[in-house]
Design a protein. Sequence first.
Length: 145
Amino acid sequence: MKNKFLLIIILFIVILAIAVYGIYLYRSKTIESQKINNEYKSYYNVQIIGNELLSIINKTADIDSKYGVQKNDDGMYIENDTNSIKIYVKFKYKNDYRALEMEKIINGGIENFAKAYSTANFVCTEINYHEKTNNVKALTFTEVD
């Protein structure tokens, strides 16, 4: 009788520990995604220089790598429905704008971008969110005078 009671208590404690650990992991992921969302929201309608934009692009590439976002054959991150983040940069080109993805800037050479646009001004003009998770999906930075 004592052995059955002890076995039930141990089983209950193990189940409780697993449940608490699962809740802890869920809350940790939620807090981390909220932190990332808040950080990206802080860039909206704020003027930054090219060097800061490079830091944002590098950080975003690190986040995509950390979350295991897949790349296609061209080295472009493939958007998923949960946690992928893309950055688009619109450059002034003649009388219009030309948009590039962050991967093309990285593949084209960060040094080249830094030489040409380190002191240029950019403004985050658009933020999109994943419908499923409400995490940041994409940001668009536009070059301004």
